[in-house]
Design a protein around this ligand. Structure first.
Ligand SMILES: [Zn+2]
Length: 124
């Protein structure tokens, strides 16, 4: 087995499952947040998230922390990439290691680029 084996269809399906599970757990949290004031079923919440895929309405996502909001966007982007070039770093276009993808399937960058990015934006 070559170290740089392409991601197989079966593996993509597994990643898709992981991504959807994570998305669901965030969306569920969101619908819980709203259940106090409005009745939003998880299905409805999911539907809203799907409709607002590119530009999330601020109000809807108020119940999420910044990192959850960011994660949700990353998950959606990763789901899109499953159609084309999932697993490639968006910066250097090298393959992201499967080990990394199994832990963070929505990771948009390889470890090196991620670390570089984090080094640049240590403003917090
Ligand atoms: Zn990279």
């Amino acid at each position: 087995m070559p170290a740089k084996a392409k991601i197989s269809k079966k593996e993509k399906e597994e990643f898709r499952k992981l991504l959807l599970e994570k998305k669901n757990s965030i969306v569920k949290k969101l619908s819980q947040y709203y259940s106090d004031s409005k009745e939003i079923e998880t299905d409805t919440a999911l539907d809203l998230v799907d409709k607002a895929e590119t530009s999330y309405t601020k109000e809807f996502l108020l119940g999420l922390t910044d990192s959850e909001r960011e994660q949700l966007a990353l998950i959606d982007q990763a789901l899109d990439r499953l159609q084309s070039e999932f697993g490639l770093c968006l910066i250097c276009h090298k393959e992201i290691s499967k080990k990394r993808l199994k832990i963070i399937p929505w990771a948009p960058y390889c470890i090196e680029c991620q670390e570089k990015k984090e080094g640049e934006s240590k403003v917090q």
